[in-house]
Design a protein around this ligand. Sequence first.
Ligand code: FMN
Length: 450
Amino acid sequence: MTKQIHLAAHFPGVNNTTVWSDPASGSQIDFDSFRHLAQTAERGKFDFFFLAEGLRLREAKGRIHDLDVVGRPESLTVLSALAAVTTHLGLAATVNSTFNEPYEVARRLATLDHLSGGRAAWNVVTSFDAFTGENFRRGGFLAEADRYTRAKEFLQTARELWDSWAADAVAADPESGRFLRPGGVAPFRHQGRHFDISGLFNVPRGPQGHPVIIQAGDSDEGREFAASSADVIFSRHSKLEEGRAFYRDVKRRLAAYGRRPEELKILPAVTYVLGDTEAEAAERAAEIRRAQVGPQTALYFLEAVWGRDLSGYDPDGPLPDVEPNLDEGVSRGHAAFRRDRGELVSKWRALAEEKNLSIRELAIEVSAPQTFIGTPRSVADEIDHFVQADAADGFIFVPHLTPGGLDDLVDKVVPLLQEKGVFRADYTGPTLRDHLRLAPRTQNRTEETS
Ligand SMILES: Cc1cc2nc3c(=O)[nH]c(=O)nc-3n(C[C@H](O)[C@H](O)[C@H](O)COP(=O)(O)O)c2cc1C
């Protein structure tokens, strides 16, 4: 059966994918930038617009890492404003489960769901590091091994709060003089390892019941959490074979929770470059990579893995001859570099030797080359193939420019996907659950009792 593709738009982030130095690049914080990107995604009939979150500025060698965009506003506030200038587009906020409280997050997401007419989504992330924790009153209080037990209990508690209001709880009946239908709001009581709370929730049930839940972790616990509790996975697996292995692995886990494979959509983060010919696209892609990985960024990549100050090395020269310092991290707040650094150094050395690469050339080669490069036709074909081959259910597109970075995708590639009959010509329902073809979420199920 031909699968329908799901598409989402990621606002350019605080990493080197975003080319803020390009003359076409606009503000990362003005509302007009968010509005332009969201309205472009809606014009393309995308499922949702996605905002990432980082709760502490990245640092390198004790200073702010200021080569990439630094600073960003808070997601739920931005999405609430976008709800007023969009009508169908889903609005996905990344909100951490380690440094927040369920009552407050549940309130804010239910509010966004109301304001947007059922378009809210929550990307539940589980920040691991005490470095981020220092920004919060309780410091790095959570051991890494506990972050998913807290995330799971956090989400379960939020679901209990959302479920404490019946869909028809508000009667507003002048005859009886009662605002609420008797029994329409139940008290909640949650007693668990991480939360012990009771009372009455104060936001009526949102149009979707529960917002769409997104999960972005990749560890075994992360995948299990997604299989038990999420509607969407935001994955890093954007290469065909790797994507298929991830897809098989996660979809296979769903049965244990009484769920069907189509109840969890897998959407890798991807990037793209278009040209009128394949050669033009490839040339543009190489230019963008050089803008993304300047000499200082190349050194930073290596320093993060080597655990050493490498500022004495020439970015256009060979790889450092010193051994990595695996006890030290010089980069803080950057998730990508925290595991297997020794192995990575050996792999990079072998690659640089084989292809005779300088530090900068190596960094360009190993750090996230664009996923789809080609003409609108070849990119549309590749996107479709990726989904039909069960390497994904769709994609979260990460543009390199703010705010015009998705314009050509929407104008040139989306119509071809629509022509193929693999992407919607128009929205068929008002809510994000409708776009994702997910059933309304009304009941706590297996995840809560397991
Ligand atoms: C594609 C992707 C996007 C992510 N986006 C964010 C983010 O915006 N904010 C954040 O704090 N963590 C983000 N994460 C980190 C994860 O939520 C999680 O904390 C991290 O991957 C570690 O979990 P793991 O050990 O299960 O992989 C992202 C992870 C992935 C794979």
